[in-house]
Design a protein around this ligand. Structure first.
Ligand code: SF4
Length: 497
């Protein structure tokens, strides 16, 4: 297997020959971000549920004592299942000429076999999965199977759970023959080229928009380590195609782009960075601060986004708020009162959180959030779900003010923000090395929103001691989010003094 191909190596090669090479020879250079981890976890969960989709089945998954997949065993078991005429074989494994694949569901038909490829996404863009499935069809055909159909199984995001999961409505099945047949004739040549890449030195591949499509490549950091930082690739809100165009025209550093036509915020970013200065627009900041009234409620939600709906009335990947933190100030830069809510570990969190919000936040106070689209949408959705609480929840939403505004409008800029106005960029720029605001000092069980998202659904399965520890970690994380907002607001007041 070391030099052969697999489904993922084939698709990696189709994306970029260097990505394939690095994946095999320098896998430690890959940076797997939270979003990728979540996609992987969702894929595993969805794959398990989908095994039931076509009825009775046999699962070929085999593991060694250390937990790793035992491919040899899987191939052996699959050959036996095929020989016995098993109708649905999950994780059906095949290998020929060093090229391996495991088919999510291999379904026996009257005159051959159909490949069902399960994806955790809700999109129906068959093109992007066709390479993967065409490779599987090639390997299976070489192994002597007659492949008569290729299907994509993906999530139906219109499905609303009521009672037990109805997998026939949770999934959509799409015929992907056309897209697979377009790729199939070039699979063999691609495999030959990919093997040559693996036999050669590290390929030299220029950066391009392909590095970011459909997701930022895991080797982005490795491939950009020689690019000066910051560079035109970090320029605020420039289209990626334009960034690369400038990059390859030699406009790379901020010095290089200084004479270009830039937007006001790009200009601010470039000048502040080159001059090492802070940009403060006192009038702008003051106009924002004047919109706040006291008492002021700093609010932050954490949520989960289960691929398979956990509760009645919810859809796949729906954002479901599970907890919040509130820091309350009676006057600008005043003392803090703290309130918090974390839904019970078991059961639907939505009614409890909606009731708690109505209990903790009056209808006539300013509510401050960072990037209001998220909180406002959750409040509107809760109002739609619970009509008896709708007036109160919508009043809270209508009183929301957005702490992002003074930054996104360019009233306050520091070079360390790096052209990003997310709280994760703004906070360390305003408070470098402040131990009170250090997320890494939190329990490593929960140091970011992704951790919170994956930890909450696990609470119900924990021992009482572990559950208590995890709930404390969740509360501490959310507490720090609103404390950070308080400190950022203090900075704005300080700036206009
Ligand atoms: S960052 Fe771009 S060039 Fe580098 S491996 Fe990934 S896709 Fe290839």
């Amino acid at each position: 297997m070391a030099r052969g191909l697999s489904k993922s190596r084939y698709t990696q090669f189709r994306l970029c020959d260097k990505a394939l090479w690095l994946g095999v020879f320098k896998p430690e250079e890959a940076v797997i971000d939270d979003a990728a981890k979540e996609r992987f976890a969702a894929g595993t969960e969805i794959g398990e549920v989908a095994k039931e989709l076509l009825g009775d089945h046999e699962d070929m998954t085999s593991r060694r004592p250390d937990g790793s997949l035992d491919y040899g065993k899987m191939i052996e078991k699959t050959a036996d299942a095929v020989a016995r005429g098993v109708e649905n074989i999950c994780e059906a494994a095949f290998s020929i000429d060093g090229n391996y694949c495991a088919v999510d569901i291999l379904h026996k038909t009257e005159n051959g076999y159909a490949i069902y490829e399960v994806k955790s996404s809700t999109q129906e863009d068959k093109e992007i999965y066709a390479q993967d499935v065409a490779y599987q069809k090639y390997v299976l055909t070489k192994c002597g199977l007659n492949i008569v159909g290729t299907y994509l199984v993906c999530i139906n995001n219109e499905y609303v759970r009521q009672g037990d999961i109805d997998i026939h409505h949770l999934f959509k099945i799409e015929d992907m023959s056309e897209a697979v047949n377009a790729e199939y004739p070039i699979v063999e040549a691609n495999i030959d080229s990919a093997v040559k890449v693996l036999e050669g030195p590290e390929p030299d591949k220029p950066l391009s928009t392909a590095c970011l499509n459909p997701y930022k490549c895991a080797f982005w950091q490795y491939c950009t380590h020689n690019v000066p930082k910051p560079s035109v690739l970090n320029l605020y809100k420039m289209d990626w195609a334009d960034r690369f165009k400038n990059f390859y025209n030699g406009r790379i550093t901020f010095e290089d782009v200084r004479d270009m036509e830039l937007s006001a915020k790009q200009r601010m970013q470039v000048e502040c960075t080159l001059n090492g200065t802070t940009h403060i627009n006192k009038e702008g900041i003051k106009s924002f601060l004047d919109t706040l009234t006291y008492p002021l409620y700093h609010l932050d939600f954490e949520s989960i986004m289960p691929a398979i709906p956990l509760y009645d009335g919810t859809r796949p990947y729906q954002q479901l708020p599970t907890q919040y933190s509130l820091h309350i100030q009676k006057e600008p830069c005043g003392d803090l009162t703290h309130k918090e809510f974390l839904a019970p570990s078991k059961g639907n969190p939505l009614r409890p959180i909606a009731e708690a919000l109505c209990r903790d936040i009056p209808t006539d106070v300013s509510v401050l959030v960072y990037n209001k689209a998220f909180e406002c949408t959750r409040l509107r959705e809760l109002a739609e779900m619970f009509p008896d609480l709708a007036d109160h929840l919508l009043a809270i939403r209508d009183n929301v003010k957005d702490l992002l505004v003074p930054f996104s409008k360019g009233y306050y800029y520091l070079p360390a923000m790096g052209g990003s106005f997310s709280i994760k960029s703004v906070l360390p720029a305003l408070f470098p090395n402040d131990p009170e605001l250090d997320y890494h000092a939190l329990d490593d069980m929960c140091q970011n929103g992704g951790d919170a998202m994956t930890l909450f659904p696990k609470l119900q399965y924990m021992s009482p001691e572990d559950e208590e520890k995890a709930r404390r970690a969740l509360l501490n994380y959310c507490h720090l989010d609103t404390l950070a907002m308080v400190r950022v607001l203090d900075k704005l007041y300080e700036a206009v003094e």
